[in-house]
Design a protein around this ligand. Sequence first.
Ligand SMILES: Cc1cc2nc3c(=O)[nH]c(=O)nc-3n(C[C@H](O)[C@H](O)[C@H](O)COP(=O)(O)O)c2cc1C
Length: 200
Amino acid sequence: MKLLHIDSSITGAASASRKLSAAIVARFRAEYPDLDVTYRDLVSEPLPHVTLAQLPSSHPLSQRDVSASEAEQRESDSTLAQFLAADVVVIGAPTYNFTVSSQLKAWIDRILVPGQTFSYTAQGVQGLARGKRVIVAVTSGADAPPAALEHVETYLRGVFAFIGVQAEFVVAQGLATARSEESLKHAANAANTFSVAAVA
Ligand SMILES: Cc1cc2nc3c(=O)[nH]c(=O)nc-3n(C[C@H](O)[C@H](O)[C@H](O)COP(=O)(O)O)c2cc1C
């Protein structure tokens, strides 16, 4: 079984989302000794903002940029291939200014590709990435934001549903408040008791 582990927090060793994503991955490792884990730190090795030239080569729009070089596309192609190959994807997703980090957004820009992870049909959008588990550890400094500003869990739930995956979430809110410790403990407990069945 292949697991892709993604982190996207800028706070290094102090990061709560990194701790939670690592705890979830550790559970899978314990259950599946032969687990093939690929780790991707989007902060130490960031993907650039997407451009036409940097879209995966399989993206219909990338064909329109005659200046697209192989080297620029190679990283996007391997990012998409890593995602497609994974049975389980575990993502650490901190809240930055009400949404995901720009590093994580740049990764998402490589994996939502028509013909690869979704297609438009006469019946509407069809997700092509079915059969994976995607588990996201979301962290935020504040307690639950007003609905109009909640663009992490809702956004990621929508992104993965669009490609056919019902994402699962472990959430630690209020990490900059007095209940930080309690919140993190609760989330760590959720991460440590997560179902590690290959596909839900
Ligand atoms: C640039 C920046 C922007 C942030 N914006 C928000 C925000 O909009 N809402 C919120 O609740 N917390 C916000 N925070 C706090 C983080 O979500 C919080 O520190 C969380 O623990 C980050 O996850 P991490 O511990 O994995 O880095 C922000 C932190 C940073 C550094």
